[in-house]
Design a protein around this ligand. Structure first.
Ligand code: NAP
Length: 323
């Protein structure tokens, strides 16, 4: 089969399209013929091997898994002896970041408990865009954020992969969304259901005062106190991502600030699983959530897709397609 391969950490330019053996499957796995593979920020970190602490799991000197890619959508072509939940011919999608990765290949072996049936009405490209970004947004809002109907939620960084899902899922959970984006993404955020949109080049959300029940930081970098300042008493700040300073502040200061009162500080580390993928799938099948796919690249142009992602201004998702 053909796959994208890298043997050392570094630039997307070293990615090669090569013939490699088709994976064999274990008893609890499926073999999926990949039709589309979504890219995530994690894929570019694993390509560069940065931040360096990632290498404790991905390989200290060189990547242990030479085929990148976690989010896939495709068709089941074989099932392991112990799999009863899927059959050849089923269309499925999955986030394989905790299941071996290897998604940028014509075939991938996937643990069955990380795979869900593809939602009705979605193309392979849309389905491949959803798993990691959608489940991260869902776990950030529903679990860490405990978002309840009628609550006001601020989403900082609402225009990229996670942010476009977060706006829609927050709406689907009954939240009233304020989205923070750059000017070119104002119309997109409104179309996704934000009740109010803040252009971060012209307005400062920190001037809103303590009006939000939940603040979700997806991108950018603001001091943690700017987020806490806009929380109502008892509100929750959830850090999903953004620049390193933002992440470390939430991880290091979060427990201390939460204990002192004036709002909880929580950090999300998304846990891919089939149940949440199915819950996301229901929202998508019901038309409450629609993946926003900005660009598609053929497998042979994966390096160009990574270069585009690395610019940091993708509007929604970037997806790799297979012939
Ligand atoms: N915690 C977890 O488990 C988990 C899981 C998945 C992802 N993440 C993290 O979540 C973050 C977002 O991931 P992603 O896939 O959504 O990334 P992405 O798609 O690459 O994000 C690109 C978007 O970020 C926006 N952006 C950049 N700087 C901004 C700023 N200062 N303020 C507001 N928006 C800004 C850009 O909009 P403009 O061009 O308009 O600025 C662009 O639309 C990353 O840090 C990623 O590592 C965490």
């Amino acid at each position: 089969m053909q796959a994208i391969v890298y043997t050392q950490y570094g630039s997307p330019d070293q990615l090669r399209l090569q013939d490699v053996p088709t994976p064999t499957i274990k008893a609890d796995e499926l073999l999926i013929a990949v039709r589309a593979a979504g890219l995530n920020a994690a894929d570019r970190y694993l390509l560069r091997g940065r931040p360096a602490m990632l290498r404790f799991s991905s390989g200290l000197m060189r990547p242990k898994q030479p085929i990148p890619g976690s989010d896939v959508a495709g068709e089941v072509v074989a099932v392991g002896a112990g799999v009863t939940t899927f059959r050849p011919g089923d269309t499925v999608y999955a986030d394989l970041s905790a299941g071996g990765r290897g998604g940028l290949a014509e075939f991938v072996a996937a643990p069955a408990n990380m795979v869900a049936p593809m939602p009705a009405g979605l193309s392979f490209v849309e389905a491949a865009a959803a798993p990691m970004a959608g489940v991260t947004a869902l776990q950030g809002l529903r679990d860490a954020g405990q978002l309840r109907p009628g609550q006001r939620v601020l989403i900082a960084g609402a225009s990229g992969g996670v942010g476009t899902f977060a706006v829609q899922i927050a709406r689907a959970l009954g939240g009233e969304v304020t989205a923070v984006v750059s000017p070119r993404n104002v119309a997109q955020a409104q179309a996704l259901g934000a009740a109010r949109v803040i252009d971060y080049t012209a307005q400062d959300f920190a001037a809103d005062g303590p009006v939000y029940d939940l603040v979700v930081a997806v991108n950018g970098r603001r001091p943690i106190n700017d987020y806490r300042r806009v929380l109502r008493p008892g509100g929750v700040y959830v850090m999903v991502g953004g620049e390193m300073g933002q992440i470390f502040q939430a991880l290091l200061l979060g427990p201390l600030l939460s204990a002192r009162g004036g709002g909880q500080v929580r950090a999300v580390s998304a846990k891919p699983n089939a149940a949440d993928l199915a819950a996301l799938g229901e929202m998508m099948a019901a038309g409450q959530v629609r993946p926003v796919v900005e660009r598609c690249y053929p497998l042979s142009e994966t390096a160009a897709a990574f270069h585009y992602m690395e610019q940091g201004h993708a509007r929604g998702k970037v997806v790799i397609t297979f012939a």
